[in-house]
Design a protein around this ligand. Structure first.
Ligand code: CP
Length: 309
């Protein structure tokens, strides 16, 4: 019997390759449930999952809710904007209030890097990081790895180019940790003002020219520009950014054959990716990523709840 052996899932940085593989394999076994007429199994009956979101979300929050419901857990959604947070309650007081109601898992998205780590130390429930500031977004990286594995048959040995606002992207950080651990060769590209100075210490090669980064890539992962995290203008205008970094048809001639195009969403169409590429079923796997998100989050809830016990 294999168990995750962790109380919390806070980031990919602290995960082993065995733990990543276990989540991906468990998620693969859950994919089929979402294709059934009755999309529900009793696996987590009697468990409660609270989705506590201090930042906006469509994909992550909805898929954690669907994942919990498909496993028969009771799922409760709390948005900061409609909770006592607006009356000044702190994150810790909110968490302790929820702890007193005895849920099993709290899924937290917060604008502050490290917020889920703080909660994990302070409350007895399992904490899942659903995105903390510009730090990590582990469930996104896991669903991205699952999509790559399905589409390309493997992760090890692939060249993955991550392009865009690397500096402010928790998706980039989690994917760099995960993909390099799983044996991929990761390169990043973006304007110098959107590139962490010490990025190459994460085991990636950095470029400022997109054409150089995506040459012969098996996977091109475009990132959203994180306007909400930019404290100053890091490029002159969206138009200028798009001229240099918007993935378009001409770029696909430079990639490896059958390269796939990914984007975590939400997309700024015509800024990071041209609509004809985003909507091209021959290369775009953006909606496959969303689909895998439910299975990956089912696996995370399942394995944290005791797995195969
Ligand atoms: N990719 C992602 O985290 O999307 P949401 O912000 O919609 O959850």
């Amino acid at each position: 019997m294999i168990k995750l052996g962790k109380k919390d899932i806070l980031g990919i940085q602290e995960m082993t390759t065995d733990e990543i593989s276990l989540i991906l394999e468990t998620a693969e076994s859950f994919l089929e449930i979402s294709t059934r007429e009755i999309k529900k199994v009793p696996t987590l009956r009697g468990k409660s999952v609270i989705n506590l979101f201090y930042e906006a979300s469509t994909r992550t929050r909805t898929s954690f809710e669907i994942a919990g419901k498909r496993l028969s857990a009771d799922t409760i959604n709390i948005s900061a904007s409609t909770s006592s947070v607006v009356k000044g309650e702190t994150l810790l007081d909110t968490a302790r209030t929820l702890e007193a109601m005895n849920p099993d898992i709290i899924v937290l998205r917060h604008s502050a890097a490290g917020a889920p780590h703080l909660l994990a130390r302070m409350v007895r429930q399992s904490i899942i990081n659903a995105g903390d500031g510009a730090h990590e977004h582990p469930s996104q990286a896991l669903l991205d790895m699952m999509t790559i594995k399905e589409k390309k048959g493997r992760i090890a040995g692939l060249k993955v180019a991550i392009v865009g606002d690397i500096l402010h992207s928790r998706v980039a950080r989690s994917n760099i940790y995960g993909l390099t651990k799983m044996g991929a060769r990761v390169v990043v590209a973006g304007p110098a003002t959107m590139m962490p100075r010490d990025i190459e210490r994460m085991g990636v090669r950095a470029y400022t020219i997109i054409e150089e980064a995506i040459a012969d890539a098996d996977v091109v992962m475009m990132l959203r520009i994180q306007m909400e995290r930019q404290k100053q203008n890091v490029f002159p205008s969206l138009r200028e950014y798009a001229q240099h970094y918007c993935l378009s048809r001409r770029h696909m001639k430079l990639t490896g054959p059958d390269a796939i195009v990914m984007h975590p969403g939400p997309i700024n169409r015509g800024v990071e990716i041209s609509p004809d590429i985003a909507d091209d079923p021959a290369c775009s796997v953006i909606l496959d990523q969303v689909n895998k998100g439910v299975a990956v989050r089912m696996a995370m809830l399942y394995l944290l709840s005791g797995g195969n016990e």
